[in-house]
Ligand binder design. Structure first.
Ligand code: GDP
Length: 246
């Protein structure tokens, strides 16, 4: 098999799984022995607001969206221990990686997982009522332990959202990369080519970027439309770097 054929997928071990000490169990279920897949990259991530919003952008406006952000940022499971808020992000690689992992993960809703796929990882999850400010139940929340990319387009978007190229060993990268010659700075949802007081340097000459990020930054810095938002481009460069970015 050619390495270009090796499909990649993003897995997130979510805060409820960490809180319930299920990490070892999940890694074992997804191990090369069971799936034939191997790790291409992994990191422990403090999920800031920008990353959470970008990861779940497709759910903006849904009733469960605010609780989804609270969930993935770890605020729900570690309300008084912010230093424990984290997610384990893993890229798995191998033939049919997306389908194999989704199969072991199971349906989104843990009740459905128990009914339709007992033994799947999400069958160990919980469904929790969501309350409004007055305490009235307005729906429920699926604490389903794990995220796994749903299709190749989502996998590429999500991997490029959570990982920089240099987080992945060179022979395991299969999206184009480019070394940059310019600086980019970030502040208040805006990218700058020169330092602005209070801005964060997201990349500098010699850094290796996803080619698609570089193309987006070159447009965004001129105030032009790109294929993705400023926050989607910069989120990975802020991971574990700037805890003022909520
Ligand atoms: P996934 O790919 O199976 O994780 O499902 P989605 O990407 O559609 O949803 C992302 C997350 O949002 C899920 O893992 C759930 O935690 C939550 N979610 C999705 N759909 C619903 C829903 O209809 N109700 C509730 N309460 N939560 C949902």
């Amino acid at each position: 098999m050619q390495r270009e054929d090796l499909e990649k997928t993003l897995v997130l071990i979510k805060p409820d799984a960490l809180n319930n000490s299920l990490t070892g169990y999940i890694l074992s279920q997804l191990s090369e022995f069971h799936t034939g897949l191997h790790f291409a990259a992994t990191k422990i991530v403090f999920v800031n607001r920008i990353l959470a919003e970008e990861h779940y952008a497709e759910h903006v406006g849904k009733f469960f969206y605010p609780s989804l952000l609270e969930y993935i940022t770890g605020c729900l499971h570690y309300p008084n221990e912010p230093w424990k808020r984290r997610v384990i992000a893993i890229i798995y690689q191998g033939a049919d990686a997306i389908k194999k992992i989704r199969g072991i993960v199971g349906p989104t809703n843990p009740h459905d997982a128990r009914d339709q796929k007992p033994g799947s990882i999400r069958s160990l999850g919980s469904v929790i009522p969501v309350l409004d400010a007055s305490g009235k139940v307005i729906g429920d929340r699926s604490d389903n332990l794990i995220h796994a990319s749903a299709n190749p387009e989502d996998a590429e978007r999500e991997i490029k959202l959570w990982f920089m190229p240099t987080d992945i060993p060179p022979l395991m990268r299969n999206y184009p990369v480019e070394t940059i010659n310019e600086y980019y700075y970030f502040k208040n949802n805006t990218i700058y080519a020169e330092y602005e007081p209070g801005s964060i340097c997201v990349c500098a000459p010699g850094d290796l970027l996803w080619k698609s990020d570089l193309e987006a930054m070159r447009l965004l810095v001129q105030g032009l439309q790109a294929h993705c938002s400023v926050n989607a481009v910069v989120a990975k460069y802020l991971i574990n770097k700037e805890d003022n970015v909520k």
